[in-house]
Design a protein around this ligand. Structure first.
Ligand SMILES: *[C@@H]1O[C@H](CO)[C@@H](O)[C@H](O)[C@H]1NC(C)=O
Ligand SMILES: *[C@@H]1O[C@H](CO)[C@@H](O)[C@H](O)[C@H]1NC(C)=O
Ligand SMILES: *[C@@H]1O[C@H](CO)[C@@H](O)[C@H](O)[C@H]1NC(C)=O
Ligand SMILES: *[C@@H]1O[C@H](CO)[C@@H](O)[C@H](O)[C@H]1NC(C)=O
Ligand SMILES: *[C@@H]1O[C@H](CO)[C@@H](O)[C@H](O)[C@H]1NC(C)=O
Ligand SMILES: *[C@@H]1O[C@H](CO)[C@@H](O)[C@H](O)[C@H]1NC(C)=O
Ligand SMILES: *[C@@H]1O[C@H](CO)[C@@H](O)[C@H](O)[C@H]1NC(C)=O
Ligand SMILES: *[C@@H]1O[C@H](CO)[C@@H](O)[C@H](O)[C@H]1NC(C)=O
Ligand SMILES: *[C@@H]1O[C@H](CO)[C@@H](O)[C@H](O)[C@H]1NC(C)=O
Ligand SMILES: *[C@@H]1O[C@H](CO)[C@@H](O)[C@H](O)[C@H]1NC(C)=O
Length: 882
């Protein structure tokens, strides 16, 4: 039997002495991923990713039962061509959205519209610009995350979007310089996990499918895509490989955050550009088949990042369900799926059950969130803000109304203002400098970051510049501002209302004017920033990832010039993550410091609410402010290190990033993870630990059912030809064939030259279930509640305030971090009053990943619970008896 066509050709030029690079098709001799305990590392260099086949088929477990049945009923009616249409995008700029599947006209089923971003609707007008994920992480507030998700989801729904391309937990934030960290939440996996779950629920309750991304180890922009980085003058042939051991994969990157997104029911997950242990994110049978669909029991569909698919048959067998935007590279007119997938299924390279599973997963996500009832036709166009334009932008075809300018913002501006204010972290407040009264004698505002971008808030495409106040990073994770309230405008309104004096100097290099104004001011407020974004744009030489951790636009000199002449200087930082505060944080003339993150459209109003005390700050740092860049212990790989082959990024730090690293290395940060002040003060007392009766852990056993096959199909290629009456859109991707000769129709230069199919990849018989699996999010027993922890938090100050009580655990082993965040609870408390903090500890919270057993275990090392106000202020603790 001849299994063709074969699309392994992408690998054919790789040197044979690097067999692991040929994964997943190369039968690896490594039974498991590199071992390791998360601290010391095996040789990860040229790490291999073991093959794991077949791709698990959806079984409707958890909350998916009804959606699964409806999806199967729908898919059962489809022809092979119609199923292929669901899985394949029509090509870059083929339709209105950044991604569009084919449609099913016979059943009146419209194309699915996929649209960026994780902070609003990208490439559209009359939409809101929400605070970034990395900002709202600081709120430590489940309600804020849910509400923000719901409002973003509503805006997408009303624009006609089926899938919102967000939220983000990859990057997690391994290195603070990572260009897209701000799109996600926090380098702490538990904080990220809870935030992503709430975001998924919010988006999907609004009737839109969430796409949690990017799966997995997508931790830097450098070398993520070959063509992009060839364009910057780097010569190499395959994307960077993030090399990681099994413990680190499980304890840091996979569980929680992705496991929590799956458990919350995320309808789709986007696979990433990078390789993981030298196998591409979108063709990695280990990460997609085994970890995501096997162990985590993911029921939805895996969608490729844009141009992250590099092969046809292999990606399908490795667990990819939808290719975006559909063409091999933008606007080639060719595709790895579409025509090629039709041929591959007809000749048996891809089994029919696998195509049925792809289509079922897509339709199940559709029904799960109620798309059949929530859907409206797409009413905007990603490629123009004009009313008129081409329906098929790249082909310049079908001119007409493409943008109806539907205003979907509702009252979201109010919540955006509130959420950004409640995500602003107060780091320093000498002698209660803040809140201000508005009656200060002479207020001076400094910094470009206080003022407008002279080119307008959307003056730089995809926010690819650092002009004016920073309220969003750059790249595809953006939306257009409907307006951007600057800090200067809002502060000026405040001061003028109170009859005061306000002046500003917003040119960062105007030293003499800065110093002169600072010398007159009784209160100076200095705005500074640091930006980053996605790798297809470079700003000031920062190609996505930041080149350093210092301020941009001469920020340090600005602060120095102001503090030299004003003994009451308040510093406000808008940044994508940590910056080095070392030169000025302990200057006595710096009387207050606020980290305001990336606040979105209401920036000025949000910061004014905090500065003038309408909002009492309660946010906590979702990362560490260290003293030096080196103190973080992790960094971007800025240089190729494997000749012209894939750069090898060994995650040798294991699970020790951010505060886990600072704690282990005994380094003093400036402001630790979890830290944040209030205008009030709080005291912790009375720790109580309630133990629950819990049954034993039960590894999942037994086998799955056989893969369902939904319908028959013809094996005659004549039945799949382009319809004679179709006037094909140029460069558009279709499921049809141009010839009854498979090699001609496929147009694959290596067609039929290789008949390798990974062992077992087409086996649809019942398969053993994964012991650590058993339902969406993994083995259900992992979520058993072992303990409920309570403590008393008293407001010892004089104003009402919110306090985030934080629960940390020490797992006690020699390779465990000193403490790890496991839960938190935000309480609003009146002055003098007390409230009860309460939080659960689950089995998973107490477990370590055992790479030998391939399961979670509670070790015999002593476990301790801590409660307090930051990762280093933990006044209450107790040994846990398990
Ligand atoms: C951790 O793993 C490495 C190899 O993976 C091993 O050499 C080392 O002894 C282990 N450490 C402990 C404490 O188990
Ligand atoms: C596939 O989708 C394309 C583009 O939306 C559409 O023109 C075509 O009719 C669809 N084919 C089938 C078989 O439904
Ligand atoms: C099929 O895939 C191959 C790459 O494997 C590509 O070269 C060819 O152009 C594709 N064919 C079509 C019709 O898109
Ligand atoms: C805006 O940013 C771009 C890109 O960094 C820069 O070239 C330009 O000078 C800036 N424009 C203004 C008016 O600041
Ligand atoms: C860090 O990068 C920013 C942005 O490119 C730049 O303005 C600044 O000068 C750099 N800092 C140092 C110390 O080079
Ligand atoms: C103001 O900043 C400039 C540039 O860094 C520096 O040369 C000058 O000394 C500063 N002035 C004061 C008083 O610190
Ligand atoms: C603080 O400000 C005062 C002016 O109010 C100035 O005399 C002093 O030198 C400043 N101190 C520092 C460390 O810049
Ligand atoms: C700051 O300087 C002003 C005069 O410029 C002075 O009245 C005030 O006491 C100083 N404050 C501190 C805290 O030194
Ligand atoms: C499978 O698991 C169940 C429940 O956990 C247990 O009762 C049964 O003995 C297990 N079967 C095997 C063959 O291990
Ligand atoms: C197949 O034929 C259609 C219609 O003539 C044409 O637009 C398309 O480019 C052809 N595709 C290939 C892969 O040759």
């Amino acid at each position: 039997m001849h299994f063709s066509p074969e699309f392994w050709s992408i690998f054919s030029f790789l040197p044979l002495f690097v067999p692991s690079l040929r994964d997943p098709e190369y039968p690896s001799s490594t039974p498991n991923p590199p071992g390791g305990n998360g601290t010391e590392h095996d040789a990860l260099w040229l790490a291999a990713s073991p093959p794991k086949y077949p791709s698990p088929w959806m079984d409707g477990s958890g909350e998916w039962a009804t959606a699964y049945k409806r999806a199967q009923a729908f898919v059962s009616q489809l022809t092979l061509l119609e199923k292929v249409n669901l899985t394949t995008g029509v090509g870059w700029q083929g339709e209105d959205c950044v991604g569009n599947t084919g449609e099913i006209p016979r059943l009146g089923f419209p194309a699915l519209c996929l649209q960026d971003s994780p902070l609003g609707v990208r490439n559209a007008d009359y939409v809101s610009a929400f605070p970034a994920g990395g900002s709202v992480a600081a709120s430590f507030d489940r309600e804020i995350w849910y509400q923000r998700g719901f409002e973003m989801g509503s805006e997408h729904r009303k624009k006609g979007v089926d899938v919102q391309l967000g939220p983000v937990v990859g990057p997690l934030g391994r290195s603070p310089e990572g260009g897209r960290n701000w799109e996600g939440f926090s380098p702490d996996p538990v904080l990220s996990g809870i935030a992503v779950a709430q975001s998924v629920r919010g988006i999907q309750d609004a009737g839109v499918i969430a796409c949690t991304k990017h799966f997995i180890m997508n931790e830097q922009e450098h070398f993520r895509q070959v063509a992009e980085w060839n364009g910057y003058g780097y010569v190499f042939d395959e994307a960077i490989s993030s090399n990681v051991d099994d413990v680190t994969m499980h304890e840091l990157y996979l569980c929680k955050p992705f496991a929590d997104a799956v458990r919350a029911g995320t309808g789709s997950i986007m696979c990433s550009y990078n390789q993981i242990n030298n196998s591409y994110g979108c063709a990695n049978s280990y990460t997609l088949n085994h970890l995501l669909k096997g162990e985590l029991g993911f029921q939805g569909f895996v969608m490729s990042d844009w141009q992250a698919q590099h092969s046809g048959v292999s990606s399908s067998l490795a667990g990819l369900d939808m290719t975006m935007p559909g063409d091999t590279l933008f606007n080639t007119g060719y595709t790895f799926w579409g025509t090629n997938l039709t041929i591959a299924v007809v000749n048996g390279s891809v089994p029919m059950w696998r195509l049925d599973d792809m289509a079922t997963r897509i339709m199940a996500a559709y029904y799960l969130v109620g798309r059949d009832e929530a859907s409206v036709p797409v009413n905007f166009n990603s490629w123009t803000t004009d009313t008129f334009g081409y329906q098929h932008a790249f082909a310049k075809l079908d001119y007409g109304v493409v943008n109806e300018h539907v205003d979907v913002r509702e009252e979201h501006g109010r919540t955006i203002r509130d959420h950004a204010a409640r995500s602003t972290v107060l780091l320093k407040n000498t002698g209660n400098t803040l809140p201000l009264t508005g009656k200060e004698k002479f207020t001076a505002v400094f910094g470009e970051d206080a003022d407008n971008n002279p080119w307008g808030p959307n003056g730089c495409s995809d926010r690819g510049c650092d002009n004016g106040t920073l309220a969003m990073g750059w790249g595809s994770g953006t939306s257009n501002f409907p307006y951007l309230v600057t800090p200067l405008t809002a502060i000026q309104n405040e001061v003028l209302f109170n009859g005061g004096i306000i002046q500003s100097e917003t040119q960062n290099w105007a030293y003499s004017q800065i110093m002169s104004l600072a010398g007159q001011a009784s209160t100076s407020i200095v705005f500074v920033n640091a930006d980053s974004g996605e790798g297809y744009i470079g700003v000031d030489g920062n190609i996505g990832d930041r080149n350093n951790l210092t301020l941009w636009r001469n920020g340090e000199a600005l602060i120095q010039n102001v503090t030299a002449y004003c003994n009451n200087t308040i510093v406000v930082i808008h940044s994508v993550g940590p910056v080095l505060l070392t030169p000025y944080y302990d200057n006595d003339n710096v009387t207050a410091i606020l980290w305001a993150g990336l606040p979105g459209e209401q920036s000025g109003n949000s910061i004014a609410d905090v500065l003038y005390g309408r909002v009492n700050p309660s946010a906590k740092l979702p990362f560490t402010f260290g003293r030096t860049r080196e103190d973080y212990g992790t960094d971007i790989l800025y240089d190729l290190n494997n000749g012209e082959n894939a750069a090898q990024d060994d995650f040798v730090e294991g699970i020790f990033i951010d505060y886990r690293h600072f704690d282990r290395a005994g380094l003093d940060p400036i402001y630790e993870f979890g830290y944040g002040l209030s205008y009030s003060t709080f005291a912790y007392s009375g720790l109580q630990v309630e133990k629950h009766a819990v049954g034993p852990y039960m590894p999942t056993n037994g086998t799955t059912k056989a893969a369902p096959v939904l319908g028959n199909y013809s094996r005659d290629l004549a039945d799949y030809q382009f319809p004679s009456n179709l006037s094909a859109v140029p460069f558009y991707i279709y499921p049809y064939l141009n010839s009854t000769d498979a090699a001609d129709a496929s147009d694959d230069p290596s067609y039929g030259s290789d008949d390798f199919i990974p062992e077992g990849a087409r086996d649809g018989s019942p398969q053993p279930r994964v012991a650590a699996g058993g339902g969406p999010g993994g083995n259900p027993r992992l979520y058993d509640v072992f303990f409920t922890v309570r403590a008393t938090i008293q407001n010892t100050g004089s104003v009402v305030g919110e306090e985030v009580g934080q629960l940390y655990v020490s797992l006690g082993g020699p390779n465990d971090p000193k403490v790890v965040l496991r839960n938190f609870n935000k309480l609003s408390i009146a002055p003098g009053a007390s409230a009860t903090f309460s939080a659960d500890i689950t089995r998973r919270d107490l477990s370590n990943w055992d790479p030998v057993q391939q399961n979670w275990v509670i070790t015999s090392y002593p476990k301790t619970v801590f409660v307090g106000s930051s990762s280093r202020k933990l006044p209450l603790s107790q040994r846990l008896s398990i």
